[in-house]
Design a protein around this ligand. Structure first.
Ligand SMILES: [Zn+2]
Length: 310
């Protein structure tokens, strides 16, 4: 009698049957950060759904893993990560626990967005984690340069095209539109920042080297003694002395750091202390990648004017 079909065969058939349905639906994209989500939305348009794991008001190096993140990853067709070990402290166990073969590192549905980007501060020689450095493979905050935004957009468009070849023309058209609008915006940002070229500043974490290089700012020191290491009294004292020596009148602080040390530095040096988000979603004023630069540049120019540095 062949009127019973083994359960395993049925399950296999159901799994197989679900493949064409998936291929026709929207690609389910999960990104590690809201910056990548914003760029993915530009490129993928209404042919994809996008969700970010981390929120822009969180320190992207130290995100607390939640069970809901694993659920997101279980359903993902594509996972886009910043890479350069930005997410090393929290993403690998989530990927593993998702048991989703599509998005494992090296699988077709995993994209490291840093592949085409210009990366600064790549260390020479041996770096050990005992030194407390959370930037072992160069600076992972590379999205803070619109030129890298375009490169990230291209990586995403190519990956989406690879996974949905039928929509390739759509993704490439979306990419062209994004790149053109970003070019126009970048010209405006460069013009706004031109009068402030060479302005010296200190930042809490090394979140802004790409931003500083693009817009001609001079970062002379950091509140953290090393990336990921909280301020120490000796380092703070050295930093204050250096700021006085170079007449630095601006301290930038990412929204997720403690304000105590930056405020003390501000009081001692007379510098303006500005909270400036390095990510989409960092404050309510930065809902997307374009607004991130619009808002940061406006905040920065106001603070430079108040500081009397220019
Ligand atoms: Zn960092």
């Amino acid at each position: 009698m062949r009127n019973t079909i083994p359960v395993a065969v049925l399950a296999g058939a159901a799994l197989f049957a679900s493949v064409p349905a998936r291929a026709q639906g929207k690609l389910n994209v999960v990104t590690t950060t809201e910056d990548l989500a914003s760029i993915a939305r530009e490129v993928g348009g209404d042919h994809i759904t996008v969700e970010s794991i981390a929120k822009g008001f969180q320190d992207p190096h130290f995100v607390e893993a939640k069970p809901s993140f694993i659920l997101k990853l279980q359903k993902a067709d594509v996972l886009i990560a910043v890479g350069r070990e930005l997410e090393i402290g929290w993403l690998p166990p989530l990927i593993q626990q998702s048991r989703n073969a599509r998005i494992q590192v090296g699988a077709q549905g995993y994209l490291d967005a840093s592949l085409g980007a210009t990366i600064l501060e790549i260390p020479n020689g041996n770096i050990t984690r005992a030194m407390g450095d959370v930037h072992p493979l160069g600076n992972p905050h590379y999205w803070m340069d619109p030129e890298n935004g375009k490169r990230i957009g291209k990586e995403i468009a190519d990956k989406l095209s690879e996974l949905r070849s039928g929509d390739s023309a759509f993704f490439q058209q979306q990419l062209t539109s994004f790149t053109t609008r970003l070019d126009t915006a970048e010209k405006r940002w460069l013009a706004q920042m031109a009068p402030y070229k060479g302005t010296k500043m200190v930042t809490y974490h090394r979140s802004f080297p790409n931003f500083a290089e693009r817009f001609g700012l001079d970062i002379v020191g950091y509140v953290e003694p090393r990336p990921g290491i909280p301020p120490t009294p000796q380092h703070t004292l050295d930093l204050i002395n250096e700021m006085k020596r170079q007449n630095v009148k601006l301290v930038l602080v990412e929204p997720y750091f403690d304000m105590k040390t930056p405020m003390a530095i501000g009081r001692d040096t007379g510098a303006q202390v500005l909270v400036m988000p390095p990510s989409v979603g960092g404050t309510k004023d930065v809902p997307d990648y374009f607004k991130l630069f619009d808002s940061d540049i406006n905040l920065l120019i106001d603070a430079i004017k108040k500081s009397g540095a220019k």
